[in-house]
Design a protein around this ligand. Structure first.
Ligand SMILES: [Ca+2]
Length: 416
């Protein structure tokens, strides 16, 4: 294996407890114990925007294997096909946290055609007075078919939150938390939105969103208010996890939450090449060890959920064998090295839940991570993980080896 000479003079010992010193103080936490009690080697998250047949044992096994499941509210609430069926998931894994997906700034324009008194229809109706406009009076779309409402308006937030609260209260399916999709420092519009005229102008002052300082400040303030108001309505024990880049780079914002979602890890939150290496660079302000200390911990957090790019490709061994890379294996290594980080294991590329190919039983970590040059090592009660950083980018960012009870149970040994 090629080993970079750049860092070989340095030996970094990451003392995990030391990183906690950088955590902002939360007076509400009082004397609650810090950290998370794991019942296994690490936690797994599953995200599935279209929950499968819960009567199928193989499908149920995927969800029950996870520690936290992110699912669509419209499947479970009101006239959703899974009304009353969350109990099946609860029975299969009483410890499973089930989190409801919630759009923080858009409604789909076809929700107005769904049956009345369904969750999506009610969200659509609640949003109508607050749809945002562009400098030319057009409706703001951030994706084709997704209309932006002005969540910087407290009345808009109140109306949308009331729909969420109503279904959580009246449905037999009750979520343990919310998955915000998503919070960025400013509005992002997909390049596929082609027929929108003008520039988004949420506050209607004629100044386009990205050059309007007041509007950008209100955009960020509105996100913070959303989180506070969700907590007021749903309680302090309601888990709040945010997608989007803001919580991955803003420690004070992340501290309002129980966790954050790294979409297409490590491309969101890190950029400029060798993103895997950046995420594990102790000198980088938002490396995963540091970021792990940002969210609050009172609801089982921090939940740092690593998503991934799929499919990522393959490599050929020195023997000529073609080996497909499962990105879930890569993010699992990152999670094993960064402790409280949980992993989003998906294996089809369509945000479907998945089960690790190799289940681990390493036990608890025996300490922090030792970094020698570009080699990262960590010992566990029943084994060790070692990783050698290569390109730091897909498809094979690094080689690694997991040894469990003196047997190599999984590795990538590429000729990079
Ligand atoms: Ca404006």
């Amino acid at each position: 294996m090629r080993r970079s000479a750049i860092f070989t003079l340095f030996l970094w010992i990451i003392i995990l407890a030391a990183t906690a010193c950088t955590s902002p103080t939360d007076p509400e936490q009082g004397s609650l114990p810090q950290g998370v009690e794991h019942d296994g080697t690490l936690r797994i998250a599953a995200l599935d925007y279209q929950i499968g047949d819960l009567a199928d044992p193989a499908v149920m096994a995927k969800y029950a294997r996870a520690d936290i499941l992110i699912a669509q509210c419209d499947q479970f609430w009101g006239r959703g096909s899974y009304e009353g069926k969350m109990a099946l998931l609860r029975a299969a894994n009483p410890d499973l946290k089930i989190i409801g997906y919630f759009r923080s700034k858009v409604v789909k324009d076809n929700w107005g055609e769904t049956p009345a008194q369904t969750y999506n229809y009610d969200l659509y109706q609640a949003s109508l007075p607050y749809w945002a406009h562009t400098t030319t009076g057009d409706t703001v779309m951030d994706w084709p078919g997704a209309a932006v409402f002005d969540f910087t308006n407290p009345d808009a937030r109140r109306a949308m939150l009331e729909v969420f609260r109503h279904y959580q209260q009246t449905s037999t399916n009750k979520f343990d938390g919310v998955f915000w999709d998503y919070f960025n420092p400013s509005l992002w519009v997909a390049p596929t939105v082609r027929d929108m005229t003008g520039e988004p102008d949420l506050d209607g002052d004629g100044i386009g969103h990205w050059s309007d300082e007041d509007e950008l400040q209100a955009f960020q303030d509105g996100q913070e208010a959303w989180i506070t108001e969700m907590q007021s309505v749903m309680g302090r024990g309601f888990i709040q996890i945010a997608n989007g880049s803001r919580a991955l780079q803003d420690s004070l914002f992340a501290h309002r939450l129980d966790g954050m979602f790294y979409e297409i890890f490590p491309d969101v939150g890190f950029s400029g090449g060798a993103e895997f290496a950046q995420a594990l660079d102790p000198a980088r302000f938002n490396n995963l060890w540091t970021a792990r200390s940002w969210p609050r911990t009172r609801n089982g957090g921090p939940w740092l959920i690593l998503s991934m790019s799929q499919p990522v490709g393959s490599y050929r061994t020195t023997d000529g064998e073609l080996v497909a890379v499962n990105a879930g294996d890569l993010t699992r290594i990152m999670a094993l090295l960064t402790d409280a980080t949980s992993i989003h294991y998906e294996n089809t590329g369509a945000h479907r839940a998945g089960i690790p190919r190799v289940e681990l039983d390493l036990g608890r970590p025996l300490g922090g991570v030792t970094i020698t040059g570009n080699t990262y090592e960590r010992s566990f009660e029943r084994g060790r993980v070692s990783m050698v950083m290569g390109s730091g980018a897909y498809p094979v960012p690094f080689d690694y080896q997991i040894v469990q009870k003196d047997v190599i149970v999984e590795e990538i040994d590429s000729p990079f």
